[in-house]
Design a protein around this ligand. Structure first.
Ligand code: ATP
Length: 315
């Protein structure tokens, strides 16, 4: 379990994280999302005791990170773009880490296998690709068999097979009852991996909710209907209070219905012998929901105003 209470970090006049409170519970993968510069890495560093908060505090498994006697056994962490500038082999890198933390050598073999680095484990880690480096970072995080994992952009640099592998790994670690907090820019990947989300923007909490609730919040509530009797159905629906239908110029069979739900549309169609080919509630993707809810919190927004550009060119 991770708890942040009023976490705040100021860099001079700049507030990177402001009064941030949340709880990350065990048993589920929690996605940590936010636009660039939102304060995700700063927050993760504070959770790990690498940065001192200007105010507030954070605990992992009930204690501040520095208060753990064997932190590697409590919290496994991988921070973004951890470059491994080492002439050591991956195996020796892990073995050295294990030795300094009182972890048995046999655990090194276990994690090397777990992350799929067996074949290259004796090669110099400094020459690893980004994806192999990520796997080594994950192996280091798992070395102490910790109850809590904090991973910053773990799928960075991984190929599709690697992304699938980490998705399954994180889910299985969570299903073993571990606490898993993971940041990512890949929304489609987060939608498949995480059950819960903590979303921040400009250092403040925007949402602390399940993935399902987060996307439902941004969904229009419209229902897509396809029927060979679209005109008849549109007439029937239009007669209901508060229900509106819109046709689609490209597909005459298609209607977008707002103001009611799929169940009511289906029943009405059945009562009047209208055949339906499709009845689909329109659900926002996680990416759409994220864009919608963080729009005001984006630090670096591209502003393209073509009319201004035209005026400037003419002048
Ligand atoms: N050491 C520092 N000194 C000054 N400002 C900093 C420092 N570290 C971070 N910041 C600022 O704090 C804000 C939050 O940065 P942070 O790296 O935590 O964001 P992030 O959400 O991880 O971003 P990204 O998704 O781009 O990695 C940014 O505006 C950043 O410029």
């Amino acid at each position: 379990m991770i708890e942040a209470v009023g976490l705040t970090k100021r860099y001079g006049p700049r507030t990177a994280v402001e009064d941030l409170s949340f709880t990350v519970r065990p048993g589920a993968v929690t996605g940590f999302l936010g636009p660039n510069g939102a304060g995700k890495s700063t927050t993760m560093r504070m959770l790990l005791g690498l940065d001192a908060p200007s105010a507030g505090h954070a605990t992992v498994n009930g204690r501040r990170y520095a208060e753990h006697r064997a932190p590697l056994r409590e919290v496994g962490a991988m921070l973004e773009a951890r470059a491994i500038h080492t002439g050591r082999s991956a195996y020796n890198h892990l073995a050295a880490l294990a030795a300094t933390h009182g972890i048995a050598r046999r655990r090194v073999d276990e994690v090397v296998d777990l992350v799929g680095l067996r074949e290259v484990a004796r090669k110099r880690a400094g020459g690893f690709s980004l994806g192999m480096g990520q796997r080594l970072g994950i192996a280091s995080a798992l070395l102490g068999d910790p109850a809590t994992l904090i991973l910053d952009e773990p799928v960075n640099g991984l190929d599709p097979e690697g992304i699938l592998w980490i998705r399954n790994l994180l889910k299985s670690l969570a299903s073993e009852g571990r606490t898993v907090l993971v940041s990512s820019h890949l929304m489609s990947e987060m939608a498949l991996t995480a059950e819960h989300l903590i979303v921040i923007g400009r250092g403040r909490l925007i949402a602390d909710t399940s993935v399902a609730e987060f996307t439902a919040q941004a969904s229009s509530g419209a229902v897509l209907v396809r029927s060979p009797d679209a005109a008849k159905l549109s007439g029937l629906l239009g007669a209901l209070h508060g229900v509106e239908t819109a046709t689609d110029g490209d597909d005459p069979l298609r209607l977008t219905v707002t103001g009611t739900d799929g169940e009511r549309i289906g029943r009405l169609a059945a009562e009047h012998g209208v055949v339906l080919f499709e009845l689909t509630p329109q659900q926002a993707s996680l990416e759409e929901a994220f864009m919608e809810l963080t729009r005001d919190a984006v630090e670096y927004q591209a502003v393209v105003n073509t009319s201004e550009l035209v005026k400037e060119t003419v002048a």
